[in-house]
Design a protein around this ligand. Structure first.
Ligand code: SF4
Length: 336
């Protein structure tokens, strides 16, 4: 009998779950117990930006309901093919603030590293759905270039890990990146933008939590949750575990027609976030990206909704209503 003595390299459970994400109309329809003809699915839209849904997120979608707000966020729809000239490939001007591959530096004091093009889920309204990740991601061999850029910019005290979703990287890769960043003396804060705690809660591994507690940099995590039903029990537990590391936890949502454009939904979302130790931070007007015009909520309606939310919540549970404008020095408050 042969005894194995060498360590067996195991793929982490979350990566195995990612590999089983739903990527076909057949798989989605089977999961949701719905006929393909009931859904406004477009093959062409799916070619332009493929569908990708983790099974545990698909479990949160109501069965046999073509209008479910979680389904609308992930379904390639024929509406994406209605081109509106106001909706552009690069709506927020990322490509003109790209000093070296992998770095976006738009705002004073903060710089963003595009760590990966990969996400657990593909959100149809994503402002980076046309982003040229192949040329722009800080691949590991390019981290050196990104790190050198940050070293040379003393005024930057906060580094933002974005993507794609930075938690698509392995814990080992993140550990290397975080320790390299911690060596840059003028950096004070590490901000991570991620949708993982709600769309794939098992990604929040003990090893990842240890990275947050072990860093010299003060951690801030900005999660992205649009609807109260995205806060499953496992998502809530993942968020509470992150909070226990001392990480400041904030949420940003995008205001999306048919998904969360009701004041009662927004109030319920803020209450559910607070119960999960997350503070509502931003409610964004949709970035006008090509293919997402059908999600747009007018500025006037957004302001009305925001006023109704203000009337029903304490101020600290009301996210700031903001928009991004090419060339502006920060996000802009949306006001009357
Ligand atoms: S998870 Fe974030 S980066 Fe990825 S598709 Fe969704 S919105 Fe875009």
């Amino acid at each position: 009998m042969i005894h194995r003595t060498e360590p067996v390299c195991q793929t982490p459970q979350w990566q195995q779950s990612l590999a089983k994400a739903i990527t076909s109309l057949e798989g989605l329809c089977q999961h949701l117990q719905i006929a393909p003809s009931e859904l406004p699915f477009s093959w062409e839209a799916g070619q332009q930006f493929p569908m990708r849904v983790p099974v545990n997120y698909a479990d949160l979608i109501e069965k046999n309901n073509p209008s479910d707000p979680l389904l609308l966020q992930i379904l390639p729809s024929f509406q994406e093919l209605n081109h509106d000239p106001a909706f552009q490939i690069d709506p927020v001007g990322d490509l003109s603030h790209h000093p070296v591959p992998g770095v976006i530096h738009k705002y004073n004091g903060r710089a963003l590293i595009i760590t990966t093009g990969a996400c657990a889920i593909h959100c149809r309204y994503c402002f980076r759905r046309h982003f040229p990740y192949a040329e722009s991601v800080a691949k590991r061999q390019q981290w050196l270039e990104s790190l050198t850029y940050l070293q040379g910019h003393q005024e930057v005290n906060e580094v933002i890990l974005s993507g794609g979703d930075p938690l698509s990287l392995s814990d080992q890769a993140l550990q290397k990146l975080l320790s390299d960043l911690a060596e840059i003396g003028h950096l004070k804060r590490l901000r991570i933008h991620t949708r993982m705690p709600s769309v794939l809660p098992e990604r929040i591994t003990p090893e990842f939590l240890a990275l947050l507690t072990g860093s010299r940099l003060s951690p801030v995590m900005v999660v992205h949750i649009n609807h109260p039903r995205e806060l499953s029990e496992s998502a809530r537990q993942a968020l509470k575990a992150i909070k226990q590391t001392g990480t400041l936890l904030l949420n940003q949502s995008v205001l999306l027609r048919g998904v969360n454009d009701r004041s009662d939904t927004l109030v319920e979302l803020s209450e559910a976030l607070f119960q999960s130790d997350v503070l509502p931070y931003y409610l964004h007007l949709l970035d006008r990206v090509q293919g997402a015009a059908h999600f747009d909520v007018s500025r006037a309606r957004a302001l009305d909704l925001h006023t109704q939310v203000l009337a029903n919540l304490p101020g600290f549970l009301v996210p700031r209503l903001v928009m991004e404008q090419k060339g502006a020095a920060s996000k802009l408050a949306v006001i009357r």
